[in-house]
Design a protein around this ligand. Sequence first.
Ligand code: NAD
Length: 499
Amino acid sequence: MSLWTPELLTGQPKSVGLLRNFVGGEFVASGSTFAKVSPVTGEQIFDVCEADESAVDAAVQAARAALKGPWGRLSEQERAVVLRRVADGLERRFEDLVAAEVGDTGKSISQARTLDIPRGAANFRAFADFATTAATESYTTVLPDGRRALNYAVRKPVGVVAIVVPWNLPLLLLTWKVAPALACGNAVVVKPSEETPASATVLAEVMAEAGVPAGVFNLVHGFGPSSAGEYLTRHPGVDAITFTGESATGTAIAKVAADRVKSVSFELGGKNAGLIFADADLDAAVEGSVRSVFTNGGQVCLCTERLYVERPIFTEFAERLAQRASELTYGWPADEATMNMPLISKQHRDKVLSYYDLARSEGAEVLTGGGLPSFGDARDGGCYVQPTVVTGLRQDARATTEEIFGPICHIAPFDTEDEAYALANDSDYGLAATVWTRDVGRAHRAGPALDVGIVWINTWFLRDLRTPFGGMKLSGVGREGGTHSLSFYSEPTNVCIEL
Ligand code: NAD
């Protein structure tokens, strides 16, 4: 019987499926398992095999062996054919992936169908294209003594890449790393979040179905410290680590990686600002802010948690945003009209609720939300919180400086353009910012003025996969996307020929 039943959409499956690790082309069980529960109902939906140190070692050895096998001898074009087969396979398994992703996260079926799963397949096609069309560097050299040379760089795989990802956009963030790593000829060992083991397991099935050679893609389930995440990142057979998650976890992984000077790519946390100028299209700014604050339950690294609004429109904007937040519909994930989703776990819900309380104790005025919804059905066992809008906090309050990662934003007024940039930049983080204005000059000034990796003007979360993606300060190290990903997942060797 398939593990990926539509019952997962309800968070109340009739049986609890077993999710196994995928090592050297085989699904393998392990001695100990942990329970994965539905964030919608709190009921257990999977037993997940936790990879111990020897299972992680076997996965790294399998990846190393695969590099020496047929995979290591394929051309970029041949690898691209394999990647496109994986994309086709993901599309064939579309409904299984929707069930897996919605089951794990409780996100709405409409979001999984329009964002998470299609982007997973698109990542494989995009990186098949980038890797087969990217140029390499070449220089003709003329020395003062008249000698001449031709230099050109060849790209080689880095080797075995450890991929450690979070739970908020599980398939999308995972494939964003697996696709370029494989396009560049590496073998990978993937560690999805303990909260979202399911869609990565479907991806392993698709890899096998698509004929990806054994050992090229390996999957180990488990937790971070003293579990699969730590065993993998500190394994001496790993050549590079790509990680998306909390900044504090990035620090822990950086320390382990330093021992063997492994190359690292880190996409970390954010405390993103949205700037609403008085000349903005107010309807668009309100609706855009509803999306940027509340999409995916506020659990997107790019979500806005700090809104700064030019004083003449501050009161109207705040009232309208609070009104819209209070109208966001609760529903079961399978209902297309559902807007709100639960937080990923009770632990995360408690953390977000503690920030609601902290904001109040720091002097916030709560315009809407601030507590728990009540359903009178099985969802009362889930991890829902109310979408929340607050004002009145100091710029240095903990609730306005620390990443909450839930459906909450604080709104504060500003008076000048320079003040708006200064407030936005007054953060330890530097991932993304959103600016709403009709002034074309200001739209162009914002990018250079804001200390973040991505500035959106009159939009949010609109991504071109070729563009650089990543953060400054505590938000990350390096950039992903297009040629930036190819650079991380390849080692260039320069060839110098005297002519
Ligand atoms: P997390 O850091 O707790 O966990 C991420 C992954 O790391 C999980 O697979 C976890 O098991 C593993 N892990 C934890 N400790 C580890 C350790 N010591 N060694 C090795 N692996 C370890 O993050 P999370 O709670 O899953 O995700 C939410 C965070 O991710 C937020 O801070 C959010 O901003 C961030 N995020 C950033 C981006 C981005 O692109 N910048 C995208 C999505 C999420």
